[in-house]
Design a protein around this ligand. Structure first.
Ligand code: PMP
Length: 388
């Protein structure tokens, strides 16, 4: 029997692989059973490989969404009065700035016009104008589709004596990120994106230097649930396969995480990232064949994990149900500047390994455009996505 559900092509949650779905559907194990300790330890080891982080870095697996990971980074690293440099490339960098302010930071922003990434030269100049505790950037901002290049940002932060923190919620496991080689300090994501899981886990890896910054904190400690010092002993015990307790982990989701990370690493993290790049390129040629235009202003700043597309003239959000009627769910606009003029198609995780998902999505968008009165070449769009 064919699956009557629409294909979920929003920028998270995403379609799951059959194995992850099965792993997420079992009875919950005890959080101190030997099997679960093995699972948790394996997840930590696999996170270091997916994050390309060194042995001294500490992955954290905590129940919560991506926003919890943002809160955690801010609460551990920022003391009242610290200066934080935030690169603004969309809605989620604005959220990071707000979280930092609520943690008492003096926030300085480097803003890019919608569709562009902040220029490295401006970042360098801003860093030179005073001392900063940390630089914060959104690897791929889900509201604009814009990707920043973290490697030079890590270097600039290091030269300025600042920590570098990256929101990888719409990027991790779908975009290149070499935490150890680039000497980044914090990289976090949420389970429902390119990791290919249901929502519910905040996944964060902190460098040795970031942990030292928490240890050197003079202000009052962070909220108990956010404090790395609450979680460190438990994570260290789990990695040694020893039972421990601070707050009950989502044992079901951690079980699914072991499978999801295992699938990512089956052919290596590079291969998984390359699959995202290939799927993104295939879709970009299909969108171009349909005459669609992009919110990101160049391919160089376009993320591989989603497409943020402008409605053609005369078409608006009323067109989205026409896509849904063809069995595919996409998302509306999010960034205030393009909320009513753009729509978003997510392509991350298991989805990028399924060419028929991509083809079905292009067919649905093309058919909906036709129905809305646009003159489009459906055949070349489908051919573009199939060939690539
Ligand atoms: N950062 C980015 C880049 C995101 O895309 C999202 C979610 N779309 C978040 C942070 C917040 O994550 P969550 O919705 O899981 O709290």
């Amino acid at each position: 029997m064919s699956d009557p559900r629409p294909l979920l092509m929003i920028p998270g949650p995403v379609e799951l692989s059959p194995a992850v779905l099965a792993a997420a559907s079992g009875p919950p194990p005890s959080h101190v059973s030997p099997r679960f300790l093995e699972t948790f330890a394996t997840c930590l080891e696999r996170m270091r490989r997916v994050w390309q982080a060194d042995a001294a870095s500490q992955p954290f697996i905590v129940a919560g969404s991506g926003t919890l990971a943002m809160e955690t980074a801010a609460a551990n690293l920022i003391e009242p009065g610290d200066r934080a440099l935030v690169l603004v490339s969309g809605y989620f960098s604005d959220r990071m700035a707000e979280i930092l302010r609520r943690n008492g930071a003096e926030v300085v922003t480097v803003e890019a016009p919608v569709g562009e990434a902040p220029a490295a030269e401006e970042v360098r100049a801003a860093l030179a104008r005073g001392s900063f505790k940390a630089l914060f950037a959104t690897h791929v901002d889900t509201s604009t589709g814009v990707r920043v290049d973290p490697e030079p940002l890590c270097r600039l932060a290091r030269e300025a004596g600042a920590l570098s923190v990256f929101d990888g919620v719409c990027a991790t496991a779908g975009e290149r990120f070499e935490m150890a080689a680039w000497d980044a300090d914090v990289y976090f994501t949420a389970s429902q994106k390119a990791v290919g899981m249901p929502p519910g886990l905040a996944l964060l890896t902190a460098s040795e230097r970031a942990l030292a910054a928490r240890a050197a904190r003079k202000a009052s400690p962070p909220p108990l649930y956010l404090d790395w010092h609450s979680w460190l002993p438990i994570h260290r015990a789990y990695e040694e396969r020893k039972p421990s307790y601070f707050a009950t982990p989502s044992t079901t989701l951690v079980t699914a995480l072991e499978t999801a990370l295992g699938e990512i690493l089956k052919h290596g993290i590079e291969a998984r990232i390359e699959a995202h790049a290939r799927a993104a390129a295939a879709l970009r040629s299909a969108w171009r064949a349909l005459g669609l235009r992009f919110v990101p202003r160049s391919d160089a700043v376009t993320g591989n994990t989603l497409s943020v597309l402008l409605y053609p003239d005369g078409i608006d959000a009323a067109f989205l149900p026409k896509i849904a009627a063809r069995g595919v769910t996409v998302a509306g606009g999010l960034h205030p500047a393009v909320r009513t003029t753009s729509f978003r198609v997510g392509h991350m995780g298991y989805t990028v390994t399924q060419p028929e998902y991509l083809k079905k999505t292009v067919e649905a968008v093309a058919g909906a455009l036709q129905e809305a009165g646009a003159r489009v070449d459906v055949e070349s769009a489908v051919e573009a996505v199939s060939q690539a």
